[in-house]
Design a protein around this ligand. Structure first.
Ligand SMILES: NC(=O)c1ccc[n+]([C@@H]2O[C@H](COP(=O)([O-])OP(=O)(O)OC[C@H]3O[C@@H](n4cnc5c(N)ncnc54)[C@H](O)[C@@H]3O)[C@@H](O)[C@H]2O)c1
Length: 253
């Protein structure tokens, strides 16, 4: 078990990629804090981890609520005396080009996809600094490294996550803290509903993926969980400030 006894917070772990990451971390011995705004989803993840013989607890929190997030992190630190891993994963897509996207949608993208990663890292950092070690993983997206069709709010936020990751990595490496970014491509989770709607339905998205992704298909969440495990474990111990793109080759073309 490569994460034995480590304490890991995963935001957005109540569904999709976040859940798959939480499950694999627990499988490797971590105690996982399933942080999500949705209690039922968080409890489902905790239940799946327990069923597989792992350890987890839920933390119901809106990561955009600074006070609640700070209190949640403090509660975890007090209870466990450590936070070894923070995976900032919760995020959302807001569709639309420059003229169409609601300004409120642009602001919401920033708040959830960038600012919440910033705040959670800020709350966790003193604990990791004191320990002289820690790992932060920020979920960006393949949209953080390429242009995404009529998704200005989303791509802007995901590019910013990469800049923030590199900056944090440079500033905190001397404290033994590693910070990397994960850029998934098309992963079949509820997350893509706004884009599927924008595209005009399921068959349109299937055609789009078949054409745009060299591997010609969606990723399964398990194919993103393995790279997550790599990035949050000592397997990547000399890696910081890097961007791992897991996209079936989409960014090659
Ligand atoms: N699925 C993909 O194709 C894909 C591709 C690239 C990047 N991503 C990134 O992965 C992340 C989520 O994707 P997913 O596929 O796991 O999504 P998902 O929709 O399956 O899960 C998102 C989870 O985040 C939670 N959440 C939403 N807002 C929250 C908030 N304010 N506070 C706390 N929790 C909140 C939801 O309740 C949900 O459980 C996003 O950052 C997204 O940009 C996804």
């Amino acid at each position: 078990m490569i994460l034995k006894d480590r304490v890991a917070i995963v935001t957005g772990a109540g569904s999709g990629i976040g859940r798959a990451g939480a499950l694999i971390m627990a499988r490797e011995g971590a105690h996982v804090i399933v942080a999500d705004i949705d209690l039922a989803n968080a409890e489902e993840t905790v239940g799946q981890i327990a069923e597989a013989g792992g350890n987890a607890e839920s933390l119901v929190v809106d990561v955009m609520d600074d006070q609640a997030l700070e209190a949640g992190v403090a509660k975890i630190a007090a209870r466990h005396g450590r936070i070894d891993i923070l995976h900032n994963h919760a995020g959302a897509q807001v569709a639309g080009n420059l003229e169409e996207v609601a300004v409120s949608g642009f602001d919401a993208s920033w708040k959830l996809n960038v600012r919440a990663h910033f705040m959670a890292s800020r709350f966790v950092m003193p604990i990791m600094k004191k320990a002289g070690k820690g790992v932060i993983l920020n979920t960006s997206s393949s949209s953080g490294v390429l242009y995404d069709r009529e998704m200005i709010a989303y791509t802007t936020s995901k590019h910013a996550v990469i800049a923030m990751t590199r900056q944090m990595a440079g500033d905190y490496a001397r404290f033994g803290i590693r910070v990397n970014a994960l850029c998934p491509g098309w992963v079949d989770t509820p997350f893509n509903a706004p884009f599927i709607m924008q595209m005009g339905g399921r068959s349109a998205i299937e055609d789009y993926i078949a054409e745009k992704v060299p591997l010609g298909r969606w990723a399964d969440v398990s194919e993103i969980a393995e790279p997550i495990l790599f990035l949050v474990s000592d397997r990547s111990s000399y890696m910081t400030g890097q961007i791992l793109v897991v996209d079936g080759g989409e960014t090659v073309v």
